[in-house]
Design a protein. Structure first.
Length: 358
């Protein structure tokens, strides 16, 4: 079978990981073109990756009949249009996380995938972590019973985003959309993608705007241009009574905000390290799974999943219909933070159906 022909749209830092994923699956695909709005970057990337064609207009890649698929590696606010255009052009799409900077963009992308019949896969490489996969096997087995409470937590003590990550105009948000998307997706994936109903959230950025917190050569950023949050937290209510506490930080005055964990009626589970809690033999028991396989290169694994699905006509391994739930929650967090009250989660399902003409 011939190799799938791939184009890379956007040559920022994350594109190198996508290219590594394709190069690690050279038996399935080859990169034939790259595009970036800055010509010199496109030219340099093509030379670095050994690709024959480069453009400043991504639509030139979509016009190439031999191209089967594209990776979207632009900044967050520029995910929507290339994705929608690529799907309309009959190309499969692997889009870097977050799927979109806003819920409206995520709706448009999901609807475009449904109308096109092509694969839209969101590159959330944590889905390919062996610890998360093992935790999912435990929960899916029913061993923990009904999950009624959880916490999704990610802590950076210092790690404020720079470049396109620092501005709402390009990123759409800060810690919540940058690394919080991983914590939310892990929780939703492990819990079977429950339907969120209401969100009470808050965001903050006190350290970002404190010049004395900058350590030259180590934790540096530009307080004058950074206008996104460094911290976010939320209380999320789902159908069936499940509640989730979400905490994420680029910067805090603290060592840790704790571990991600979930409580069930028959047992519990915590991450990093993976640990299962239950009652056995008349005692409380802690189980630490041993000899989990190494993760390897998650980008190689997720790229292979994408390419095999495109080749074999299978569903998207990480479909937008799942990921958009996280977008709806993040939208709720920002609205709640702005309004200072609990808000209902936007009706993303009906929004997608309407956009898809259903």
């Amino acid at each position: 079978m011939s190799l799938l022909k791939v184009g890379i749209i956007g040559t920022g830092s994350i594109s190198n990981s996508h290219v590594r994923g394709y190069q690690g699956n050279a038996d399935l695909a080859e990169i034939v073109a790259v595009a970036d709005i800055v010509e010199e970057r496109a030219k340099d990337a093509a030379a670095r990756w050994g690709v024959g064609r480069h453009f400043t207009d991504y639509r030139k890649i979509l016009d190439m009949p031999e191209v089967d698929a594209v990776s979207i590696c632009t900044y967050n606010q520029a995910h929507r249009q290339p994705t929608v255009d690529a799907l309309a052009a009959g190309k499969h799409v692997l889009c870097e996380k977050p799927m979109a900077a806003t819920l409206d963009d995520a709706v448009a992308m999901t609807a475009a995938a449904q109308k096109s019949g092509r694969i839209l896969m969101i590159a959330i490489h944590s889905r390919y972590g062996q610890q998360q996969r093992a935790a999912k096997r435990v929960i899916d087995s029913g061993a923990l019973g009904r999950i009624y409470y959880g916490e999704a937590v990610g802590t950076r003590r210092r790690g404020i985003g720079k470049g396109s990550f620092a501005r709402t105009e390009t990123s759409g948000g800060g810690a919540v959309v940058d690394i919080g998307v991983y914590q939310l997706d892990t929780a939703l994936d492990l819990l079977g993608h429950p339907k969120p109903l209401r969100v009470s959230g808050m965001t903050a950025a006190p350290i970002t705007h404190d010049p004395s917190a900058i350590v030259a050569g180590a934790w540096s950023w530009d307080p004058q241009i950074t206008n996104v949050e460094e911290f976010g937290a939320a209380w999320i209510r789902f159908e069936g009574g499940l509640c989730l506490c979400f905490k994420i930080s680029w910067a805090i005055h603290g060592e840790s905000m704790g571990r991600t964990f979930f409580l069930g009626e028959k047992g519990g589970i915590a991450m990093s390290p993976l640990e299962v809690y239950t009652d056995m033999f008349g005692s409380m028991v802690n189980i630490l799974p041993q000899h989990l396989p190494e993760d390897g290169d998650r980008f190689v694994h997720e790229t292979r999943g994408f390419l095999e699905a495109a080749r074999d006509g299978k569903p998207s391994p990480i479909p937008p219909e799942q990921v958009i739930i996280g977008n709806a929650i993040m939208d709720g967090i920002y609205r709640s933070a702005a309004e200072g009250r609990e808000v209902e989660v936007a009706p993303w399902e009906s929004m997608v159906a309407k956009a898809a003409g259903k």
